[in-house]
Design a protein around this ligand. Structure first.
Ligand code: UDP
Length: 251
């Protein structure tokens, strides 16, 4: 973890207490000053995964920017008496706001992740919406995350000369990938782990209707749409009740 200013500790993960604009400003600063800045957007599933597999803490806490992309993390902060000023910050909204700002600059973006063709489709849709944006390249996320195949992906990104890399491989695979490979990325100064955001930008997946987001029920909408997530989501009540237990017993 780089600077530990204004962080909120949620069960061992050190989140920035910031805003969407503050996050985008920090990412742009990293690009302008050529200072590698990683953004992770953990939800409570990922914090619970850290609790269950503590080796994951080092990976997650190594990012310069960690924002709460989930109502469970926001509620945990309230329970622990250290609320976030801005509440939940959605990673896909940060990604899009960053693209909007980058469209006013010469900096270039590489989109990595999603099924074949999704990154290209996302680039096309984003270019229509933000005409000045410059994409250095796109690649799907279905490659071996180690060895020669992985080296080839790193080489492609380096050859593209991209300043910014969106890494959309799902959590925590994308955070592990960034952690393992960031030192080998020679031109990238902002790397964002953004889960299924390329599917959203490409128009393949819709975000929950506003009313669900407003009521803090985006997770419920996702569960209705993708019932196979049920098993993953069992981590949510475990995290919620575990946080109360932690508050009371500090264990
Ligand atoms: N994905 C990928 N490579 C993989 C596994 C998944 O690029 O090896 C992509 C997948 O196509 C999807 C995204 O990662 O676009 C995961 O989306 P999800 O909404 O499940 O993200 P999470 O909730 O895990 O952050």
């Amino acid at each position: 973890m780089a600077e530990n200013t204004n962080r909120i500790n949620i069960r061992g993960v050190y989140f920035n207490n910031t805003t969407l604009d503050g996050t985008v400003d920090a990412l742009l600063k990293g690009v302008r000053e050529k200072k590698q800045t990683a953004l992770y957007t953990p939800n409570s599933e990922i914090v619970q995964a850290c609790i269950e597999s503590p080796e994951l803490y080092d990976v997650i806490n190594s990012a310069e920017l960690i924002i709460p992309d989930g109502i469970g993390v926001v509620k945990a902060a309230n329970i622990l008496g250290t609320p976030f000023g801005a509440g939940k910050i959605a990673g896909c909204e940060v990604g899009e706001a960053f693209i909007r700002r980058l469209a006013e600059t010469d900096h270039t973006v590489y989109l990595l992740g999603g099924k074949p063709g999704v990154a290209e489709q996302a680039a096309q849709k984003l270019s229509e919406k933000y005409p000045g944006i410059r994409f250095a390249g796109c690649r799907d996320g279905y490659f071996k995350k180690e060895g020669e195949e992985n080296d080839a992906v790193i080489a492609q990104v380096n050859e593209s000369g991209a300043d910014v890399l969106f890494v959309c491989l799902g959590a925590p695979a994308q955070e592990k990938w960034i952690h393992q490979n960031r030192a080998k990325l020679t031109t990238v100064n902002a790397m964002l782990g953004l889960g299924g955001s390329l599917d959203v930008y490409a128009g393949i997946v819709n975000r929950a209707p506003k009313i669900f987001i407003k009521l803090g029920l985006e997770w419920f909408y996702r569960l209705l749409r993708e019932p196979w997530r049920f098993k993953r989501m069992l981590k949510l009540p475990k995290f919620y009740f575990g946080t109360w237990k932690y508050k009371i017993t500090k264990k």
